[in-house]
Design a protein around this ligand. Sequence first.
Ligand SMILES: Nc1nc2c(ncn2[C@@H]2O[C@H](COP(=O)(O)OP(=O)(O)OP(=O)(O)O)[C@@H](O)[C@H]2O)c(=O)[nH]1
Length: 407
Amino acid sequence: MLTVVSILTTTALFSLAMLLVLGSLLRSPVAGVREWFFANLAMVVSLPLLALRTAIPDFISIVVANVVMSLAGAFYYAGCARFLGRPVPWVRMLAGVALIGIAMIVWRYVDANLPMRVVASTTFNTIVCTAIGVILLRRRPRDRSPYNFWFAALMAFLFAGTQMVRGLYFMTLAPDESLAMLNSVWNISLLTVGAVVMPTLTMIAVMMVHDAMLAKVEHALNHDHLTGALTRKRFESITRDLLAAAQPARPLVLLLIDLDHFKRINDTHGHAGGDEVLRAFVQMAGDFVRPGDALGRLGGEEFGLLLPATTAADAAAMAESLRAQAEGQVVSGEFGSCRYSISIGIATAHWEDSPDRFNARADRALYAAKNSGRNRVASEETLPKLETEMEMEMELPAKAGRNSAQA
Ligand SMILES: Nc1nc2c(ncn2[C@@H]2O[C@H](COP(=O)(O)OP(=O)(O)OP(=O)(O)O)[C@@H](O)[C@H]2O)c(=O)[nH]1
């Protein structure tokens, strides 16, 4: 038969297992793991102390055990806050834990009252668990699957609910110190629900940590480490998707952007100076990127900007303003300071375009922009029409050829 001791012992063993799992994640760079680890450690310490009631001094099994158990809730909340990049209200939480300690001392040594001790600890748990559910739902990252966050929040609300009901139930009992009231069917049922919730919350925390690590890996795979722009592979995959979805009413435009005379910048300011210019350009271009647009680094100093649902006229205006902004930008750093300019080729997707052909048409425009003196914008639509693929291939020299021809 289930007793308070058997429930506390089982939960302590669950928490120990989760502690070991969290231990394996302590070295991960994800914020919050350390606090969740301490939350479980507090559970592992406090539950046996509660279970040892009558076998050890009351001060340990009542005051210390309840304070440490309250710390578990506070640490769990702190883990969530840190995981979500929010400040941890340590002062308020530790004040709450101190109040629990005072309540335990008063209702054990001044006015012995077991029901009021249960009410005090369940009130604290209800508040902390509600706060956990709220922060998880309100602050969850919008670019990740909401599943873990809803799951954890529902568990936190379930725990808050059972704690509240348990507190209300004990409020109806007469002041007493008889442990028999702990073994009532009501208390055992509510404790059983509570017993699965804390280890489950930790399991979800582990799922959230894995998801956060996956997000970091995905970000590293899809973004160029120097500039933060999308990688060429990711950019090409977005191009394919957007091309497939493009319609005459929602034209797709590609800007191919190349920094002018970048070799000279490297030669004058060193490779580190060149890197700084690349970073500054992407940061500046980021201000032009609207939700749904995609900016990728396609090679050394060549970038692509995809503009879905954009007319050729709007794209040309954006390109011109980007060019003017680059021309006016002064990049400074340890290397000194320098100016740079960009050339831009524009192409609007045709319904029959393959990604390669779309790119080649924008590249043709970029070549025209470079050829006519650099620091310009050229649109493929304004160039003489080419009839065949072969003509396009002949028209487009390899980039190296283009550069040497223009140097
Ligand atoms: N600093 C830095 N330089 C790079 C990077 N990737 C490529 N480069 C340099 O970029 C330069 C590109 O030179 P070119 O292709 O000749 O082009 P360009 O000098 O910009 O000439 P145009 O494009 O014709 O205006 C080369 O010197 C590469 O070494 C990078 O990540 N950092």
